[in-house]
Design a protein around this ligand. Structure first.
Ligand code: RB5
Length: 149
């Protein structure tokens, strides 16, 4: 897969290790910044990553900030993005399987590098169930988007 990765200054320290890990697993990574530890604004990088998912250039996105929360809020403002802020492996897997999440967010100040890599693995290895109530519920999410332009 082609994975887009974005971070802010508070996710900058671990992003290279995350990128290296994703590549080791055989995926391609497109980086959209930030590219230094200087203070910056997470919505900009969330948007840059989401645009690559929405255009189809990348299949999934990973966003890292201090908590993962700001990135997930920003990402979920984009129509068609289902971003999940996770700090446990079970949720990172289930959000792909049940919610068809296309962006994983986590916080460098919340998770250590070991857990970060496990979250990434769980998210990238899981597949959307694409059946039954899950399809109904994801369609309902799309309905909410359409009603709230
Ligand atoms: C930056 O200090 C921090 O607020 C940001 O990385 C993120 O955690 C916001 O949700």
């Amino acid at each position: 897969m082609k994975i887009v990765l974005g971070c802010d200054h508070a996710g900058f320290e671990i992003k290279d290790a995350v990128i290296a890990h994703i590549k080791e697993k055989g995926h391609e990574v497109v980086e959209v910044g930030t590219f230094s530890s200087a203070s910056c604004h997470y919505p900009k990088f969330a948007s840059a990553a989401c645009e690559k998912v929405l255009s189809g250039e990348c299949q999934l996105g990973i966003l890292i900030c201090g908590t993962g929360v700001g990135m997930s809020i920003a990402a979920n403002k984009h129509k068609g993005i289902r971003a999940a802020c996770c700090s446990d492996v079970f949720s990172a897997r289930l959000t792909r399987e049940h919610n068809d999440a296309n962006v994983l967010c986590f916080g460098q100040r919340v998770v250590g590098i070991g857990l970060a890599l496990d979250l990434v693995d769980a998210f990238l290895e899981a597949e959307y169930a694409n059946s039954g109530n899950h399809v109904t519920r994801v369609a309902m999410l799309k309905d909410i988007e359409d009603k709230n332009l």
